[in-house]
Design a protein around this ligand. Structure first.
Ligand code: PNS
Length: 164
């Protein structure tokens, strides 16, 4: 039986931390599906098609990684996608409470799905999409923290803004 893992998230935008986790995941599972939540309450910087496209470009070298988007309950999406694993990252202990709550809720909703936490490289332990957006919007460099396609997309978004 093939082990399919769904790695869900907002990915606004994808960072090298997400990619590090995806690469670790793809070594252990037959297939990893990175899936972007479509209807989120947060105000996104990148649209869903933009986020999906950036993810596709950033993961195109990995043949067992797919990119998708979803709506509704993650457990329903994962079941329909044929996944038995939800993949999430824990960067630091501060992630744990939120991640545990989601994992427990998802288990309550679908007991056969297992949440698997992986730890990204310590080089990315402080990297978040939120900080990347903030730094880029204020004219700071995010080189090395995001894939080149994302750095270019951020530069394009903020090309008319002067560094502070
Ligand atoms: O990157 P994020 O914002 O931490 O990802 C959060 C995400 C998308 C994994 C989470 O919000 C989610 O799974 N939403 C889908 C709705 C759902 O199933 N909610 C109930 C279980 S927690």
């Amino acid at each position: 039986m093939k082990r399919v893992a769904v790695y869900p998230g907002t990915f606004d935008p994808v960072t090298n931390g997400h990619l590090d986790l995806c690469e670790r995941g793809r070594r252990h599972f037959d297939r990893v599906i990175l899936s972007v939540l479509r209807h989120d309450q947060k105000q996104p910087m990148f649209t869903i098609p933009e986020r999906v496209e950036l993810l596709r470009e950033a993961t195109s070298q990995w043949d067992n990684v797919a990119v998708d988007s979803f709506d509704g309950l993650l457990v329903d999406y994962a079941r329909d996608a044929g996944a038995t694993i939800i993949l999430r990252g824990i960067r630091a202990v501060t992630d744990l409470e939120y991640e545990m709550q989601m994992a427990m809720m998802n288990r309550r909703l679908a007991d056969t799905l297992e949440t698997v936490f992986l730890v990204p490289s310590e080089a990315y332990s402080y990297v978040s999409s939120r900080l990347v957006r903030e730094v880029a919007s204020l004219g700071g460099s995010v080189d090395g923290l995001v894939p080149e396609v994302v750095a270019a997309a951020l530069a394009e978004k903020f090309k008319d803004r002067k560094p502070s």
